[in-house]
Write a protein that binds this ligand. Structure first.
Ligand code: DC
Length: 229
């Protein structure tokens, strides 16, 4: 029987470590499906805020998620995010969502439902998936697993520059504080915390360019491809 050729790439790491930039670039180069799992938690959080549901009301948030469709569509190299058919790509990056999302993402039943959806999206396709628990929990048997890290200072600087480019007002010191707080909540939560899978390759991107990181991950993917041939 012919061996099934499939490559699933899991990219995990803390906030603003460059995961999505690198993942998008790789997906485009390789024509793989890109799944930004953080965008799914953000999309739900946007709805939670809209409905004025307290961030710790797990039951209500789960009920909301069950009736909420979250779609990720690739269009001309960009990933668009739709909630119940509405394009929320820009809205889910706004500050109120960024601040609230880790509270929603720590709720166990929410994670369970999201992971179920994420596994369905990754079924039978070549995929690049980025998040916090992809290599440990969503696709623990991924063919390639990477854990990106970078100093808090560097990550805040990148986010700041990104915001400036998008015309979103922001302050570097506040960003630093917010990123550190978000890391802490993501790492300390009980259910599927942010941690490196023991078999994930750690890449410190602090002093690397995007191209350097992409190159390193491509090498890992090519190694798997060679083994599959
Ligand atoms: O990567 P991001 O900043 O868009 O992620 C938003 C939030 O969602 C962040 O607090 C971490 C959380 N998250 C998660 O818990 N698990 C994932 N697989 C992806 C994101």
């Amino acid at each position: 029987m012919q061996k099934k050729m499939r490559i699933r790439v899991a990219i995990d790491g803390p906030a603003a470590a460059g995961k999505s930039t690198v993942a998008k670039r790789l997906a485009k180069m390789l024509s793989f499906v890109y799944i930004d799992t953080g965008a799914m938690y953000r999309a739900l959080t946007l709805e939670v805020l809209k409905e004025n549901i307290p961030l710790d009301d797990e039951e209500k948030i789960l009920a909301l998620l069950k009736k909420t469709s979250i779609e990720l569509k690739q269009q001309e190299g960009e990933q668009l995010v739709f909630v119940n058919g509405e394009d929320v790509t820009a809205k889910i990056r706004e500050n109120d969502v960024s601040k609230a999302v880790s509270h929603v993402a720590k709720l166990p039943s929410i994670r369970e439902e999201m992971v179920k959806r994420q596994r369905e999206l990754a079924e039978n396709v070549n995929v690049i998936m980025d998040g916090r628990d992809i290599g440990t929990n969503v696709i623990p048997d991924a063919e390639v697993k990477v854990f990106l890290i970078a100093s808090v200072e560097e990550r805040a600087k990148r986010r700041y520059e990104e915001n400036v480019k998008k015309g979103i007002p922001s302050d570097l010191e506040t960003l630093k504080k917010e990123i550190a707080e978000r890391d802490k909540r993501d790492m300390e939560r009980e259910h599927a915390p942010l941690e490196r899978a023991s078999d994930a390759v750690a890449i410190d991107t602090t002093n690397l360019t995007i191209d350097d990181v992409v190159e390193k991950i491509l090498t890992l993917i090519n190694q798997v491809r060679d083994q599959q041939l």
